[in-house]
Unconditional design. Sequence first.
Length: 211
Amino acid sequence: MTHAGTQAITVLPGVIHYPGYYDADACRALVDQLRKIAEAAPFFTPTMPKTDKPFSVRMTNCGSLGWVSDRTGYRYQPDHPVTGRPWPPMPSELTALWQDVAADALPPEACLVNYYEPTARMGLHQDRDEQTFDAPVVSVSLGDTALFRIGGTERRDPTRSFRLQSGDVLVFGGPARLAFHGIDRLYAGSSTLLDKGGRLNLTLRRVTPKP
Ligand code: SIN
Ligand code: FE2
């Protein structure tokens, strides 16, 4: 069901791209899981710290911790900011993915689910709200193709951009764990996976250090 015959491409030190890790059937199975997750934990629109300006993506989470953002800042928390309920558990497909591509790391605690409408984007940023950076970030793309950009640990470092297609997995860790990255644009209509179009991105992370 997963990554049969896909090769891993090292894009930059610590940045590994697995094109087509999930085939079309596996992508549909993941979307079915995400539909159930979104019923229990509806997508919400996060806002920027201080300015309270809405993000262009909508978000939800699964796992024991979820990433949220509002005017008071970015953080991880165990419950949904609107419903107050615990996040739904991480599906076994995703813990299996982590086992496959990040076996040496402690298990993932958070899976952030971002929904991009065709015009949404994600500015260059670092993932640095975790208490440990020992584990890599593991990300799954579903739906429309996106133009992803990643550089170094300084904002001014040169960047590389490449397309992430539905079913692709991207891992960034080690020397690239704090690399600046973002989504420049989507290619609307490039996939028929999602009924309404757009793109889902799942980001799996370890948040707390070894107990
Ligand atoms: C993110 O860095 O939060 C999302 C990256 C992506 O959508 O591929
Ligand atoms: Fe990120």
